[in-house]
Design a protein around this ligand. Structure first.
Ligand code: KG4
Ligand code: ZN
Length: 351
């Protein structure tokens, strides 16, 4: 067994995650989700998330240590999500990690949640060939990244090629689910509803793909126009007294999202010369996104790396493995004054 033994703590949104890795080997990945407490509000309520993290943190930590059969005194380092995310939620994880690092006299690394979504792939597929394009699609972020060094210490580190100018892809799923009367979080339910629908039934718009938009926003995304188009289509049907064919709406919406995400990701590979493409974030669990991307990557001669769906959503293992990469790269531990940054840019892997 090689590599440092790292404990990772994640608390940026509604999942309390504690992971333990040794280098690229996953030893434990325990997650406590407060998603059900937010469901009736149709989205994450920050104060509820913070309180849930506070309650779940130690039990989740204990479960992770038991699963990995690791005593806390054995770990080489503690990594924690320092941002981006909900401030009150981040603070709970950072405070817990600081207390552990102080009590155990271990080095502490405050790391970037978005870089963690990319790094999690190392647990399944080993070292990342670079340069690599990463398509990051979650509830809060949607961006295309050029990854030269995941630890952010060598070469260009992580460069953002583009991002959403309005809603994130997962946010669009959640909002469309809501207007279709489906529960939160919307991604998995829309994904399931779409399975029996016709993706060509309704021609929904593909944001920022026209010639003029591509000049200024080649690698950017926009999903709020799509969301409004779905809302208008549903309203018109209802006004005309017609039924709303849920599977067809879900499939046509999903096709519009996945078409744009995959086309721009492949274009980013062509533009940068990257031969490897990786996907991460909650929406990367989407069945259609995975199959369409596999098809288009194959046609473009690009090798696709897709972490298993269970590792795409927020978890502590992604933070632990990113921490292990930072330790290996000789990154400097964060000081005792480490804070949380709700809008930490992805280019800043280590805080
Ligand atoms: O990465 P993540 O767990 O949390 C954030 O950092 O935001 O992503 C959560 C998002 C939610 O918007 C959820 O609806 C979406 O990922 N999601 C999906 C699927 N599973 C989760 N979206 C589409 N298809 C899925 N199967
Ligand atoms: Zn996330």
């Amino acid at each position: 067994m090689t590599g440092p033994l790292v404990l990772g703590i994640e608390s940026s949104c509604d999942e309390t995650g504690v992971g333990i890795v040794r280098g690229h080997e996953l030893l434990a990945n325990e997650v406590a989700s407060s998603v059900e407490e937010h469901a009736r509000f149709g989205g994450v309520v920050p104060e509820i998330a913070s309180r849930a993290h506070l309650e779940a943190m130690l039990p989740t930590l204990e479960r992770a240590c038991a699963t990995a059969d690791v005593d806390l005194t054995e770990v080489d380092a503690i990594a924690v999500t320092a941002g981006p995310g909900l401030m009150g939620a981040l603070v709970v994880g950072v405070a817990a990690a600081k207390a552990l690092a102080f009590a155990l006299d271990k080095p502490l690394y405050g790391v970037n949640h978005l870089a963690g979504h990319v790094a999690v792939d190392l647990l399944e597929h080993g070292p990342l060939p670079t340069p690599c394009v990463a398509l990051l699609v979650s509830g809060g972020h949607t961006s295309l990244l050029l990854v030269d060094d995941i630890a952010g210490v060598a070469g260009r580190g992580i460069v953002e090629l583009g991002s959403t100018i309005d809603d994130a892809a997962g946010e669009a799923y959640d909002k469309v689910a809501r207007l279709l009367g489906l529960p939160y979080p919307g991604g998995p339910v829309v994904d399931r509803a779409a399975a029996t629908g016709d993706p060509r039934a309704i021609a929904f718009p593909r944001g920022l793909t026209s010639g003029r938009d591509l000049e200024r926003h080649r690698f950017d995304f926009s999903f709020s126009g799509l969301k409004s188009a779905v809302a208008r289509w549903v309203e018109t049907r209802e006004r005309d007294g017609l039924d709303v064919p849920l599977p067809d709406v879900a499939a046509s919406f999903q096709e519009a999202v996945c078409d744009v995400l995959t086309a721009k990701a492949i274009d980013a590979c062509a533009a940068t010369g990257a031969k490897h493409l990786l996907i991460g974030g909650g929406v990367a669990a989407n069945g259609r996104l995975r199959s369409l991307l596999a098809e288009r990557a194959d046609a473009a001669g690009v090798t696709l790396r897709t972490p298993r769906p269970g590792l795409c959503t927020d978890n502590g293992a992604m933070i632990a493995v990113l921490g292990a990469e930072v330790v290996n790269a000789g990154g400097r531990p964060s000081g005792p004054e480490l804070g949380a940054d709700s809008s930490l840019p992805v280019s800043r892997v280590l805080v």
